[in-house]
Each structure stands twice: as structure tokens, then as C-alpha cells.
Design a protein around this ligand. Structure first.
Ligand code: KG4
Ligand code: ZN
Length: 398
């Protein structure tokens, strides 16, 4: 079969991405324009600003991706774009541009679910390494700023299907990292900062309890019983009620409140404010700058927080892996870049003889290579979309 070159476009949140991937496994280019500097002063993504930044970045980012890959608009075989989930206005920028390109160039257009993209970031690298170890069923933990979701993944004749067997009831894991970092005056996004600080603290210094949610199964699930997470994902509740088997849900809003309580009882606010101001005075603070402004108590707090998050993610995921008797584990999404999470998964899954795969750290966070990779099996199946397809902010993965 001749090589297939897909131009992927990603704009679901705060990164404008374009990439060219050959036959779902070779990344020829992968450009990501980050908006961190834009959203930094607000400590989180501001949707309207995100859309404007995507508008500014989309054309140069796509041009650069083609140039780096040595391709032209004409020489790609298809255009793939993130349809959802994500911020509606941000998604629309990538989708409108992808539609315009596909129309003008008369190329097929492929719509990709962002979460499927995260899963295919792992597959891309495994295919490239010709990994023969990939046994099904696969359990994929997608853990990012917007999601903490467990999927069972299957493939048959290039048709990938997914079944959600757990998700966060409130905050996503990455959101908890971001909110705790903001609360502690450490900057944005919090995940990479906490990742770097945690090794300098004592992970046993502060005890955090993470909510243990009783595993539900089909019998005790009522359709009227919608959680915030279900709501955010549209008709997820109904989808889940149609399925058998236990559910492995997460909850991370409690630990954020526990950190806040600790800050109040230990009267850390003046030190936090001083750190926030000191960091605001540095144009681009490095991890060393942040560490220099962190005292022992803060380092211990951060290490304990990360340790609790990691333990909870690993314990729940491995419990789900056992319950569904899976043969392979994938961990992807922004939080999968976390060093302690990787090391703990490798150790604990290894002890159970379960192979665990992550994307490289660069492909863990949002990028368009994963979108182009997820589009490849759809290309082989001729699964193209018409020009009138829409962004789906709350798109579920099936
Ligand atoms: O996948 P991603 O780039 O965007 C979403 O789809 O949400 O994930 C971004 C999230 C942010 O919450 C960020 O703080 C978190 O991933 N993150 C990390 C690390 N790198 C990024 N969390 C923990 N440790 C990291 N090294
Ligand atoms: Zn993502």
C-alpha cells in the first residue's frame, strides 16, 4: 500500500497544533503553538482569548508543519481535524480552517475525537516501534486537564471502538494539579511545575484522603442520577446504562479543598502571596526560580499532593484492569507526562505482569500528530465527513 500523508489540525483548548504523519506511524512534523503566556495571568484558559489566539496562529502553524515535513498543500492525502470535546469557539477555528483547506484542495476531510487522539498518540509510537506485544483488550487511561477517563479499546478491520468504564465525577486530574498550583501561587499550568517540585519534598509529610467512589454497575445506575461528569459529556449516562460491568470513577475536587484547608490552618497565605508577587516580577520564571521561592513546607505539601494523586490514579486504573482482565494498559493525556505517574505505573503494572505504554512526553500533551494518527484507520475505511459537520464541545468517545 502506498504511503498516506495526513495533515492533522488540533485546536480544542489552548494549543494550536498542526502535524503531518505518514501512514499513522511516522511523524514528519509536529508544530504546537502554546498559549501559556496568554492565559498565565488568569491562572487558567480563558475561552475567548483561546479562540483569538487560534485564529492568529492557525495559518502559520499549518504552513510550518507542511514546510517541516517537506510537503505542500497539494501533496497531502487528507486533512484531519479535532471535532471535540473541547471549547466550542476554539474547535471552530480548526474546523473552519480544515474545511476551507479540504474544499479548496479537494481532499477528504476526517473528523477526530480529541480523546481518541490521545489514545492514538500511544499507538503511533507503538506502530513505529513495530511492537508485537500489543494484546487486546486494551485499557486506556486518558488523563488531562479536561478528562480523567478509562476506556476499553478494541479494533476490528481498522474500526476502533471504545467503551467508557469510568470517569471523573468532578475535576479532572490535570485540573486539580492546575488549581492547586494556582492556589499555592506557583503559576500555570500547574502540572509540569508540581512535577518538577515534588521530588524535593517529603511525599509522606501531609496525609490526603481521596474520595473512594463505590463501584457501580448497571443494576444500581438510574438514568435520572446524573453527575456533573455525565452532564459534561452529554448522553454519557444513557450510554453507560446500556452497558454491563463495573464502573471505576474518580473524584478530585476534594483534594483541592483539602489543600486549601491546609493552607488556611497552617497560615500559608502571606508566603503564597509573596511568592506570587515575586514570580510576577520575573518575565518567564524557570523551574529553578520557582524552586528558589519554595520553602520546605511548601515542597512537602506539593510532594504529598502529587503522591496522593498518582496513587489514586494508579490504584483505580489497575483495579479496573483486573476487573476487565485487560492485556495491555495505555496511559495518555497531559498528566501522563508526569514522571512520578509514569514510574509508579511502570512499577505497579509491572508487578502484575501488565504491559503499560505511554506516549513520549512531547506527544502526551495536546498536539496534532495524535489527531493525524487517529485519522489513519478512518482514512483506510473511507470514513470521511461532509462539509457541514459541526464542532461537538461535549463529544463522547465510543
Ligand atoms: O492533554 P493536555 O495538554 O490538554 C487537555 O486535553 O486538557 O493536558 C493538559 C493538562 C494540564 O492540566 C497540565 O497541568 C497537565 O496536563 N500536565 C501535567 C504535566 N504536564 C502537563 N500534569 C502533571 N505532570 C506533568 N508533567
Ligand atoms: Zn488533550
Amino acid at each position: 500500500m502506498p504511503d498516506v500523508h495526513i495533515l492533522g489540525i488540533e485546536s480544542s483548548c489552548d494549543e494550536t497544533g498542526a502535524a503531518v504523519v505518514r501512514s499513522g506511524q511516522r511523524v514528519l512534523s509536529n508544530i504546537v503553538a502554546s498559549q501559556i503566556a496568554t492565559h498565565q495571568p488568569y491562572g487558567g484558559v480563558v475561552p475567548e482569548l483561546a479562540s483569538r489566539e487560534h485564529l492568529r496562529a492557525i495559518v502559520p502553524v499549518v504552513r510550518q508543519a507542511l514546510a517541516d515535513a517537506g510537503k505542500t498543500y497539494q501533496s497531502v492525502d487528507a486533512i484531519a481535524v479535532t471535532q471535540g470535546p473541547g471549547l466550542a469557539g476554539a474547535l471552530l477555528v480548526g474546523i473552519s480552517y480544515a474545511k476551507a483547506l479540504a474544499f479548496a484542495l479537494e481532499k477528504p476531510l476526517i473528523a477526530v475525537n480529541h480523546l481518541e487522539g490521545h489514545i492514538h498518540a500511544v499507538l503511533l509510537e507503538q506502530r513505529r516501534n513495530e511492537n508485537a506485544d500489543l494484546h487486546f483488550p486494551v485499557l486506556a487511561l486518558v488523563v488531562s486537564g479536561g478528562h480523567t477517563h478509562l476506556y476499553l479499546a478494541q479494533v476490528q478491520e481498522n474500526l476502533w471502538t471504545y467503551r467508557n468504564i469510568g470517569h471523573t465525577r468532578d475535576d479532572a486530574a490535570g485540573e486539580a494539579f492546575d488549581k492547586v498550583a494556582k492556589l499555592l501561587g506557583l503559576g500555570y499550568p500547574g502540572g509540569p511545575i508540581i512535577d518538577r517540585l515534588a521530588p524535593f519534598g517529603d511525599p509522606h509529610a501531609v496525609k490526603f484522603q481521596i474520595a473512594q467512589i463505590k463501584h457501580r454497575d448497571r443494576r444500581d445506575h438510574k438514568l435520572g442520577d446524573r453527575t456533573f461528569g455525565d452532564h459534561a459529556l452529554g448522553n454519557h449516562a444513557q450510554h453507560r446504562a446500556e452497558e454491563d460491568g463495573p464502573q471505576f470513577d474518580f473524584s478530585y475536587s476534594g483534594i483541592k479543598t483539602a489543600v486549601l484547608r491546609y493552607v488556611e490552618t497552617e497560615q500559608l497565605k502571606p508566603a503564597i502571596e509573596a511568592r506570587r508577587q515575586a514570580l510576577a516580577g520575573i518575565s518567564t520564571p524557570t523551574h529553578e526560580d520557582i524552586r528558589g521561592l519554595s520553602d520546605r513546607q511548601l515542597l512537602n505539601l506539593v510532594a504529598s499532593f502529587q503522591r496522593s494523586m498518582v496513587d489514586d490514579l494508579v490504584v483505580k486504573t489497575l483495579a479496573a484492569a483486573r476487573a476487565y482482565d485487560v492485556r495491555t494498559l495505555f496511559v495518555s493525556g497531559g498528566v501522563a507526562a508526569n514522571r512520578e505517574l509514569r514510574a509508579t505505573f511502570e512499577r505497579e503494572a509491572g508487578m502484575e505482569g501488565l504491559p503499560v505504554f505511554f506516549p513520549s512526553r512531547a506527544l502526551s500533551t495536546d498536539n496534532a500528530a495524535m489527531i493525524a494518527a487517529a485519522a489513519f484507520p478512518k482514512f483506510l475505511r473511507g470514513e470521511f465527513v461532509a462539509m457541514d459537520f459541526c464542532a461537538e464541545a461535549g463529544m463522547a468517545l465510543r
